[in-house]
Design a protein around this ligand. Structure first.
Ligand SMILES: CC(C)(COP(=O)(O)OP(=O)(O)OC[C@H]1O[C@@H](n2cnc3c(N)ncnc32)[C@H](O)[C@@H]1OP(=O)(O)O)[C@@H](O)C(=O)NCCC(=O)NCCS
Length: 183
């Protein structure tokens, strides 16, 4: 690669990425990126960040303890979950989301997992179509993704988004990993 060429890559988020990511994908007072980075530091997850042309283009967290919501976790014990997948608006439809998902799958294979899951909002038809294309299957399990955010005035809002849970078998990804696919 020529010296000074723009860098595109996915890697684990580092402490110095957090403020840069916050600027690109603002979470305001909710400070989601800080919380994700903290969970990674505690060994609970891997917080992936994608860079395109040297600028943060998206992120996603792989939760190794299983799905964030307890009912989903009970239904799919030990199944790692890709959570909080987000791509910077003007970087969408350029393959960034797909690259983060593939990186998460490669990490899961390396840790010996045979499947990986992901929730998608019932009203998010485009993301659902993307995940099906990438080999995820609708398990038929429906649940509420519960989270809160704090607005600029400091008011806390509770949200419960109806979601479907998708799972991908990683057998083929394992074969690809054996063939040398790395992040
Ligand atoms: C869904 C999302 C993560 C996909 O990442 P991406 O980098 O745009 O995805 P890729 O470029 O790898 O694949 C693009 C495909 O994603 C799908 N897609 C889903 N939501 C999309 C959106 N808001 N904008 C563009 N494409 C979207 C489309 O099917 C698209 O296919 P196309 O390019 O042929 O139209 C990203 O678009 C995003 O952050 N959306 C808003 C937040 C969100 O919905 N997060 C998912 C929570 S489960």
């Amino acid at each position: 690669m020529p010296e000074g060429a723009p860098q595109n890559f996915v890697r684990e988020c580092r402490a110095q990425d957090v403020p840069v990511l916050e600027k690109a994908v603002p979470t305001g007072r909710s400070r989601y990126h800080e919380a994700r980075y903290r969970r990674q530091s505690e060994g609970l997850s891997t917080f992936l960040i994608a860079y395109l042309d040297d600028a943060p283009a998206g992120c996603g967290e792989v939760r190794w303890q299983g799905p964030k919501e307890s009912d989903v976790r009970a239904q799919f014990p030990g199944c790692p979950e890709i959570n909080g997948l987000t791509v910077v608006p003007d970087r969408r439809s350029q393959g960034v989301g797909t690259t983060i998902i593939r990186a998460a799958e490669a990490l899961a294979v390396r840790r010996g997992h045979h499947r990986i899951g992901m929730g998608v909002g019932e009203d998010n038809a485009r993301a659902f179509a993307l995940y099906l294309r990438l080999g995820y299957e609708d398990t038929g399990y429906r649940y509420l993704d519960r989270y809160h955010y704090t607005d600029d005035r400091g008011t806390r809002h509770e949200v419960a988004d109806p979601c479907r849970f998708l799972v991908k078998s990683l057998q083929r990804a394992a074969a690809r990993e054996r063939g040398g696919f790395t992040i």
